[in-house]
Design a binder for this molecule. Structure first.
Ligand code: VG1
Ligand code: CO
Length: 544
C-alpha cells in the first residue's frame, strides 16, 4: 500500500448549492472530478489528524465507487478512523446522528436527495461538520475557493474495502469501521418517542398505515422501525427495497412523485395514515385518509402538540422556519410565547440556532421537518412524531388538522415549480423582478395592496454572518405573501419556485382547494413577474 499524490487541474463548476454539490453522474465520473472536490473539502476543514470521519450515502448509482475513493483519500490525508455505513449506506439523518453520537470530526454524505438517480441521473456530495449539520456558508465558500486553485490530491493505492461485512479493517494506518446503517438511528428514535403507545396503535388492528420509501434509503430503516420494532404488519412499508435508480422515479415525497402512495391514500378503503420520504431520508410527506397535510402546517401541528411526545415533554425553546415556509408555525409560537426564527432556505441555516438552544423544532415548506435531536431534517422522525400524536389523542390526521385551523386559522399555501427552464430566461426574470422591487410598495392588485417588497437578507443571530439575495418577497397588507427564488439543487437549467400564502381566520372558509383560495395571488404573481411569457411555460411542472 502506498500513498500517492496525484497532479490535477481545477474544475470551475464545483460551487456547492443549497445542499452540497449536485451534478449528473456523468460529471462526477470525469477523471479527478470527485477527488478534486473531496480534497478541496479536506483542505478547508482544519486539522483532523487522527480524528473520525463518518461516510455514507443514499445508495444511488455511483455511491459504492465514490465511497471507496473517499475512504482511500481519508486514509491518505490522515484521518484516524472512518465509520462507514454498511454497503456505503447511511441516510442523511442517520449520518447526522452518528456524527454526534461518536463525536466525529465531520461526515461526508453521498446523495442528490430527491433528484433522480441511475447512470443518467444525478449524484451529489455534501460535507457535515462536527455538530452533525451541513457545513455553514463560510465552510462551503472555502471549499469552493479551494476547488478553483487545487493542483493535487492524496489517495492511497490499495484494494477496495469490503463494505458489506460489519467490522473493522485498516487502510494505510487508518481504521475503517463498517457500521450497521440503522441501529444508532433507531435507538435515537426510541429515546424520543413512546414506542409502546405507537405499538398499541398498530396491534389493535384498527389502525392502518402505508409508508412509501420510494425505493430509496429509508426502506431498511422503515422496515426495521415500523414493521419490526413497532409491530406494524408486513407490507406496511411499500417500495421498501432501496434501488440504485430508485426504480426510475423521482424519490421526492410530494403528491406528484409519490403517486403510488397517493393512489392508496385517496383510493377506496384507504389506510388511516400515509407517509413517504425522499432519496436520502430527510424529507417527509404526511397524508391522512383522503387528506394531504401541507409541510408548513405539519410543522405547526407538531409544535402545537409537542408536549404529548416524551422527547419534547418539557416544551419547546423556539421554532425556526425557512423564509418561504408559511407563517402557520409563527402563530403557534406566538400562542406558546416562544420565539419563531425566519431563516434562508436550506438546513445549514438552522445549525447555529439549534446549537445555541434557541430553537427546538425546525421546518421547511419543502417537506423538511426536524428538531434538535440531530442537525438535519429527518423524514422518519416526522412520521414517528405524527404517529405518537395520533396514538395519544386517538384522533385522525384530518381531525387534528381541522381542529388546528379552528384554533389558529388556516394559512393557505402552495408552491409552484417551473423546472428546467433556460438559465438565461430565469435570470432575466429574477433581475427584472429585483428592479421592480422599489416601485411596488403601495401598489394595488385587485383586492391586494403591497405592503413591502424586498430581497430577503438574513443576519445570523448567533455569529452575525450575513446571507443576501435569499429570495424576492412581496408582502401584502392582509399578511399574504408571494415569494420567488431560483433553486440551488437542480442540475439542468434553472428551476423557478413561486411560493404563495394567504391567511384565513374564518372557520367556515377553511375547506377550499388551495389553488382556488390562492387563485388571485397566483395571477398577481404572474402579472408582476411575467412568469408565463418569460419562461415560455403556461403552467408549472410541479404544484405542491
Ligand atoms: C430545496 C428545498 C430546500 C431544501 C433543499 C435540500 O432547495 O427548497 O428547502 O433545504 O432542497 O433538501 P432548492 O434550493 O432547490 O429550493 V434535500 O432533501 O434535497 O437535501
Ligand atoms: Co433529502
Amino acid at each position: 500500500m502506498t500513498c500517492k499524490t496525484v497532479a490535477t487541474q481545477p474544475f470551475s463548476d464545483q460551487k456547492p448549492g443549497t445542499s452540497g454539490l449536485r451534478k449528473l453522474v456523468s460529471v462526477f465520473q470525469q477523471p479527478h472530478y470527485l477527488e478534486n472536490f473531496v480534497q478541496a473539502i479536506f483542505d478547508s476543514i482544519g486539522d483532523f489528524k487522527g480524528q473520525t470521519l463518518v461516510v455514507g450515502g443514499d445508495g444511488r448509482f455511483y455511491n459504492r465507487q465514490a465511497t471507496q475513493i473517499i475512504l482511500k483519500m481519508a486514509a491518505a490525508n490522515g484521518f484516524g478512523r472512518v465509520k462507514v455505513g454498511q454497503g456505503g449506506i447511511l441516510s442523511t439523518p442517520a449520518t447526522s446522528a452518528v456524527i454526534r453520537k461518536y463525536n466525529a470530526f465531520g461526515g461526508i454524505i453521498l446523495s442528490a436527495s430527491h433528484n433522480p438517480g441511475g447512470p443518467d441521473g444525478d449524484f451529489g456530495i455534501k460535507y457535515n461538520i462536527d455538530n452533525g449539520g451541513p457545513a455553514p456558508e463560510k465552510v462551503t465558500d472555502a471549499i469552493y475557493d479551494r476547488s478553483k486553485t487545487i493542483t493535487e490530491y492524496k489517495i492511497v493505492d490499495a484494494p477496495d474495502i469490503n463494505l458489506d461485512i460489519l467490522g473493522t479493517s485498516t487502510l494505510e494506518g487508518m481504521t475503517v469501521e463498517v457500521i450497521d446503517s440503522v441501529i444508532d438511528y433507531a435507538a435515537l428514535m426510541e429515546s424520543l418517542f413512546d414506542f409502546d403507545r405507537i405499538r398499541q396503535l398498530f396491534t389493535t388492528g384498527k389502525f392502518r398505515m402505508c409508508m412509501d420509501s420510494l425505493h430509496a434509503v429509508t426502506g431498511s430503516y422503515a422496515h426495521a422501525i415500523f414493521e419490526q420494532r413497532l409491530g406494524a404488519p408486513k407490507g406496511t412499508v411499500q417500495n421498501g427495497v432501496p434501488l440504485e435508480d430508485f426504480g426510475g422515479g423521482h424519490p421526492d415525497p410530494n403528491l406528484v412523485y409519490a403517486h403510488d402512495l397517493v393512489e392508496v391514500m385517496f383510493g377506496e378503503n384507504a389506510p388511516d395514515f400515509g407517509a413517504a420520504s425522499d432519496g436520502d431520508g430527510d424529507r417527509n410527506m404526511i397524508l391522512g385518509r383522503n387528506f394531504f397535510v401541507t409541510p408548513s402546517d405539519s410543522l405547526a401541528v407538531l409544535a402545537a402538540n409537542a408536549t404529548l411526545v416524551p422527547g419534547y415533554r418539557n416544551g419547546l425553546a423556539g421554532i425556526a422556519r425557512s423564509m418561504p415556509t408559511s407563517q402557520a408555525p409563527d402563530r403557534v409560537a406566538a400562542k406558546l410565547g416562544i420565539d419563531c426564527y425566519e431563516t434562508p432556505t436550506g438546513w445549514k441555516f438552522f445549525g447555529n440556532l439549534l446549537d445555541a438552544g434557541k430553537a427546538t423544532l425546525c421546518g421547511e415548506e419543502s417537506f423538511g421537518t426536524g428538531s434538535n435531536h440531530i442537525r438535519e431534517k429527518d423524514g422518519l422522525w416526522a412520521v414517528l412524531f405524527w404517529l405518537n400524536i395520533l396514538a395519544v389523542t386517538g384522533k385522525s390526521v384530518e381531525e387534528l388538522m381541522k381542529e388546528h385551523w379552528q384554533t389558529y386559522g388556516r394559512n393557505y399555501y402552495s408552491r409552484h415549480d417551473y423546472e428546467a427552464i433556460d438559465s438565461d430566461r430565469a435570470n432575466t426574470l429574477i433581475t427584472q423582478l429585483r428592479d421592480k422591487l422599489p416601485t411596488l410598495k403601495g401598489q394595488k392588485f385587485g383586492s391586494y395592496e403591497v405592503e413591502y417588497s424586498d430581497d430577503f437578507s438574513y443576519t445570523d443571530p448567533i455569529d452575525g454572518s450575513v446571507s443576501q439575495k435569499q429570495g424576492v418577497r412581496i408582502g401584502f397588507t392582509d399578511g399574504s405573501r408571494i415569494v420567488f427564488r431560483l433553486s440551488g439543487t437542480g442540475t439542468q437549467g434553472a428551476t423557478l419556485r413561486l411560493y404563495v400564502e394567504r391567511y384565513e381566520a374564518d372557520p367556515t372558509k377553511h375547506n377550499d382547494d388551495p389553488q382556488v383560495a390562492l387563485g388571485e395571488l397566483i395571477a398577481i404573481a404572474d402579472t408582476i413577474a411575467q412568469i408565463k411569457s418569460l419562461t415560455g411555460m403556461d403552467k408549472p411542472t410541479v404544484i405542491t
